[in-house]
Design a protein around this ligand. Structure first.
Ligand code: NAD
Length: 434
């Protein structure tokens, strides 16, 4: 099938490459000319495991191309994926201007029956709004809007796209469901549940998914904070909880809060969408507040240990991306930590396997960028682990400690065993550890 994909960010590029890999002919469109030029040269603008090979393979087979020419792509395609960004506005609502811009250009350009597939995360009611916009722009348009939310996680996006837990189609006609099934044939060869529903339910499923995961994280962070005060060890508590089949062990790791381009913005967008309909989503408001508070967790611990002013101390922050296996630093708790340290007069060294380029755009020369683990700890008063890259899991603390001012680890993701770190002569502070 001929397909157009609007937006070449994490979702659009993965969608385009994976659909091409399933045998479709795909045009990927972006308004960011620099990004398209990079992609045309084979440069992937962000780090995502497996994506570069997939893109290269499908470009060389002639099934995948990158363009800024939206009109040609729309004319060529039977199905048009809308994968543009939906960032937060000041008030927490989802900014849908890019989604509507795509709907409008599709309405103006498309001739005959085509699907406009909203894959971006959008509040319930958006498919209806896109449909109305298309009809207003071009009353004779035969474009049918559908909702097909994406559940991939950065860091394993290609795997998640090809092996999803579920596929959700929100549509109004049998023709649309049938076309959607054709697009995904191949991906659904192994058993993957396909849920066919209406627009609003499909849109809501995505928010429900992300809000629940965010709630699980804030809940477990709350538990960690209580454990710390009552003398319990949260790691053991959550391990036991996870053995209850009704709970499930995943997303039960306390830390310094969730970040990224999805959980924070989607929780806030759902709160806002509910408020617009007269409902105060109090639980979700607390989830968001708790998460913001948890981002200050390590800064508080450091001040408790070193004093209110941190002048004269250098700290190294390990891991800057919002999670391992990605270069994405949007809303990363690590950035809040770095900023907190700078605000209190500390000198900061940072180290991340892939995110330095993006972090430089935020902090410029205010921090030192280390070239390796051993380089990162020189003259430091403590190591602050913010993102649990594999590289940080098995480190030789005894060796690293030789160039440090104080031997201390603040483990913001609870990846170390306190006793083992202490054996290497380090003080250890985890999140909710005994
Ligand atoms: N990143 C994730 O892990 C993830 C997972 C599931 C769902 N989502 C959702 O998918 C959507 C996209 O997320 P992302 O992380 O890929 O965003 P992103 O910011 O990485 O990429 C969005 C891209 O859309 C482009 N764009 C904006 N307006 C355009 C237009 N009119 N025409 C063509 N291109 C346009 C931008 O230039 C940008 O390259 C969001 O709604 C997000 O919530 C993201």
């Amino acid at each position: 099938m001929n397909i157009a994909v609007f937006g070449t960010g994490y979702v659009g590029l993965v969608t385009g490459a994976c659909l091409a890999n399933l045998g479709h002919n795909v045009h990927c469109i972006d308004i960011d000319e620099r990004k398209i030029k990079q992609l045309q040269k084979g440069i992937i603008p962000f780090f995502e495991p497996g994506l570069a090979d997939l893109v290269a393979r499908n470009v060389s087979r002639g099934r995948l191309l990158f363009t800024v020419d939206a009109q040609t792509a729309i004319t060529f395609a039977e199905a048009i994926f809308n994968c543009v960004g939906t960032p937060s506005r000041e008030d927490g609502s989802a900014d849908l201007r890019h989604v509507f811009a795509v709907a409008q250009i599709v309405a103006r350009t498309a001739r005959g029956y085509k699907l406009l597939i909203n894959k971006s995360t959008v509040p319930p009611g958006t498919a209806q709004q896109c449909h109305s916009l298309i009809q207003e722009t071009n009353p004779s348009s035969e474009v049918e809007v559908v909702s097909n939310p994406e559940f991939l996680a950065e860091g394993k996006a290609v795997h998640d796209f090809t092996h999803p837990d579920k596929i959700v189609f929100g549509a109004k006609t049998l023709k649309a469901y049938s076309l959607l099934r054709r697009i995904y044939t191949g991906r659904a060869r192994t058993y993957i549940p396909v849920l066919e529903t209406d627009w609003e339910t499909a849109e809501m499923i995505k928010y429900a998914n992300n809000s629940f995961l965010a709630t699980k994280i804030s809940f477990v962070n709350e538990l960690a904070n209580i454990c710390e005060r009552v003398g319990a060890d949260v790691k053991m508590v959550t391990q036991a909880m996870g053995l209850d089949y009704r709970i499930n062990p995943r997303f039960l790791n306390p830390g310094i809060g969730y970040g990224g381009s999805c959980f924070p913005k989607d929780v806030r967008a759902l709160i806002h969408a509910a408020r617009e309909k007269g409902y105060e989503a109090q639980l979700l408001q607390e989830v968001d507040l708790l998460n913001e508070r948890q981002k200050n967790y390590l800064a508080h611990k450091i001040k408790a240990r070193f004093g209110q002013t941190l002048q004269g101390h250098r700290f190294v922050v390990w891991g800057l991306a919002f999670k391992p296996q990605t270069s994405d630093i949007r809303e990363s708790p690590a950035l809040a930590l770095v900023q907190g340290l700078l605000n209190h007069g500390a000198d900061v060294t940072v180290y991340d396997p892939v995110a330095h380029v993006d972090v430089r755009e935020v902090f410029g020369e205010k921090v030192r960028y280390a070239s390796s683990l051993s380089d990162s700890v020189i003259d430091c008063s403590a190591i602050l682990l913010a993102t649990e890259w594999d590289e940080f899991r098995n480190v030789n603390f005894a060796e690293l400690g030789k160039t440090m001012k104080h031997k201390m680890v603040f483990d913001g993701r609870n990846i170390y065993e306190p006793e083992m770190v202490k054996e290497d002569g380090f003080e250890y502070v985890g999140v909710g550890r005994k």
